[in-house]
Ligand binder design. Structure first.
Ligand SMILES: C[S@@+](CC[C@H](N)C(=O)[O-])C[C@H]1O[C@@H](n2cnc3c(N)ncnc32)[C@H](O)[C@@H]1O
Length: 238
């Protein structure tokens, strides 16, 4: 499973950045998550483990808020694009850090990618200093404005390895958690752009090769028209 996740993201940096240039979505999620974490934290956040930091979108947002990020990711190719001073290739289910190291741990669009998020949540708790704060965002789905799931009428579901509910359950086992929902108005073109990232097309066609899966995703989604909404669940725990 981890090899598949790593390989999928190793093929994804260019398409990932193209989606971000179009939507700004991951940067916005990172900003909002940081603010929610900062509001809940008893002290000013100086350090943050950016867990699943990828190509650096969340890392740059943390830096913009005056926080020193430590960027950790499974994927070497994603991490090579990340400009953080401290970058670590590793698995957030088995963190290579001693206890009480960070003020905060942020999982910006990453914790739902692991099949056993309880392991990562307990690792986050271990490496946080006392009263440190954890945050995570996980996708709920893409809907039409009347609340219909975009994928309901299609032959495929865009599934995460772990649902937003399971991410919340995992965090609640280690933290006192507050949660909420963020809704973004979006378009069918953004939906297609997200699923042209090889790691996201793998949600639809996990067994196909990179090029074929991206092409099949595009033709599956070709007939979708906007406007659409994208829903995310956020969690902050202390
Ligand atoms: C959707 S991207 C989000 C990247 C970044 N946080 C952002 O805001 O753009 C998810 C990232 O999580 C990483 N990831 C997935 N599972 C992981 C794990 N178990 N340990 C570390 N990184 C992981 C992927 O390699 C990918 O770069």
């Amino acid at each position: 499973m981890k090899d598949a996740i790593r390989n999928n993201f190793d093929a994804s940096p260019d398409a990932y950045e193209a989606y971000e240039r179009m939507s700004g979505r991951f940067g916005t999620l990172a900003d909002r998550l940081y603010r929610a974490m900062s509001d809940r934290c008893a002290f000013p956040i100086e350090t943050c483990l950016d867990a699943g930091a990828g190509s650096g979108i969340s890392t740059r947002r943390l830096q913009a808020h005056g926080v020193t990020p430590i960027a950790l990711d499974l994927s070497r190719s994603m991490l090579e694009e990340n400009r953080a001073n401290d970058r670590v290739q590793g698995d957030f289910d088995h963190l290579p850090f001693v206890a009480d190291t960070f003020d905060s741990v942020a999982f910006t669009a990453s914790l739902f990618l692991t099949p056993k998020p309880d392991r990562a949540a307990s690792e986050a708790s271990r490496v946080l200093r006392p009263d440190g704060v954890v945050g995570a965002v996980a996708p709920i789905g893409w809907m039409t404005p009347d609340g219909t799931d975009v994928f309901a009428s299609l032959a495929r579901q865009s599934r995460s390895p772990t649902s937003a509910e399971a991410v919340g359950d995992a965090l609640r086992a280690s933290f006192s958690v507050e949660r909420g929902r963020w809704t973004f108005e979006t378009t069918a073109e953004e939906l297609r752009s997200l699923h042209s990232i090889p790691a996201m097309a793998a949600r639809l066609y996990p067994r196909l090769d990179t090029d074929e899966r991206v092409e099949r995703a595009r033709s599956l989604l070709d007939g979708i028209e906007g406007p659409l909404e994208q829903h995310w669940r956020w969690f902050v725990g202390v």
